[in-house]
Design a protein around this ligand. Structure first.
Ligand code: 13P
Ligand code: SF4
Length: 319
């Protein structure tokens, strides 16, 4: 405990000295989220992380999250130094959609707009016409539909399928998945619902269709947090990464939050959803990256410009 406190004190001093800010995702360790808030940084979903980074006047942004979040920050703020505690913190959606293969895939459908989820590499974003997050995907796809477009969607097949169902859009889906949300089980969720009949069920749309079908609220991390804060209900079953409980508890301490397990035994949760890449962010590596300026995100300018065009389209649409 004393060691952790001393690390936090050193991190705070470095943040001041270097005019740096922490931008953290809701899925990272509660300790990092608290530290970001305490030091004038931001805890947010991937869309708000991008917005905050672009508007901040810090010289250095330390992005506690996964690689695509650091890349988006660099795309939007090329003049800032963007650091990550661990550059290996990736995402199965990003890994499962290599730029070269994706470019080949898109070539087969030249008459379609290319819409990619934020959870992709800068090279994939450079191929796309639009970038979306789970916070704005429905609105953007609806907008494209109104314009008479057809689209290619990548990489998350569950999110893509959900959007297809909600909007009726003509979509060709890349078959990627999030290894965390893909694990939620219909059986587990059904039996939890029976045990807690008054609880509202919150599900991230990266989950399988049958799990999404059991939800009262489907949405981005931010939408789920706001549901806990704003709905009159007192109990919630939460099917997403357990990092999210920090913010939910902070905003609605009186409410009962129930973890949707990814596996259970004799009625007890034996495995919960937690992204192994988000978990690579810790106090120790955060301190080292700030102290030594390691884990820097660098992007080739030509690629950055191309990817930026599709990210900016999204940000302008969401404003
Ligand atoms: P949000 O855009 O909802 O924050 O989600 C990002 C993510 O990685 C979900 O797994
Ligand atoms: Fe990627 Fe899933 Fe981890 Fe989010 S939770 S970063 S989508 S692997």
């Amino acid at each position: 405990e004393a060691e952790r406190d001393s690390l936090k004190t050193k991190i705070k001093a470095l943040l001041k000295e270097k005019n740096a800010q922490i931008v953290a995702h809701y899925y990272v360790d509660a300790e990092l989220q608290a530290l970001a808030e305490e030091t004038g940084g931001k805890v947010a979903d991937s869309l708000e992380m991008a917005n905050f980074g672009a508007q901040s006047d810090a010289d250095i942004l330390v992005v506690c999250g996964v690689r695509f979040m650091g890349e988006t920050a660099k795309m939007l703020s090329p003049e800032k130094t963007i650091l990550m505690p661990d550059l290996e913190a990736n995402c199965s959606l990003d890994i499962g959609c290599p730029a070269k293969e994706f470019a080949e895939f898109c070539k087969q459908y030249p008459d379609r707009k290319v819409v990619v989820y934020a959870n992709t590499s800068v090279e994939v974003k450079a191929i796309a016409d639009w970038v979306v997050t789970s916070g704005n995907a429905l609105n953007i796809v609806n907008h494209l539909k109104e314009q008479g477009e057809k689209i290619i969607w990548a990489p998350d097949r569950h999110l893509g399928h959900w959007i297809q169902k909600e909007t009726g859009m003509d979509m060709i889906l890349w078959q990627g998945q999030c290894i965390v949300h893909n694990e939620f089980q219909v059986y587990e969720l059904k039996s939890l619902k029976e045990k807690h009949p008054d609880a509202k069920v919150l599900v991230h749309p990266e989950s399988p269709e049958e799990v999404v079908d059991l939800a009262d609220v489907v949405g981005s991390t931010r939408v789920m947090i706001e549901a806990v804060r704003d709905l009159p209900d007192q109990e919630f079953i939460v099917a997403t990464d357990l990092g999210i409980f920090y913010k939910m508890q902070q905003l609605a301490p009186e409410k009962k939050l129930i973890v949707a397990p990814t596996a259970s035994k004799d009625g007890h949760c034996i495995s919960c959803a937690h992204c192994p890449w988000m978990a690579m962010n810790g106090l120790e590596n955060l301190y080292h990256c700030l102290r030594d300026s390691t884990g820097e995100i660098l992007i080739e300018e030509n690629i950055r410009q191309k990817a930026l065009a599709s990210v900016n389209r999204m940000l302008e649409f969401s404003r």
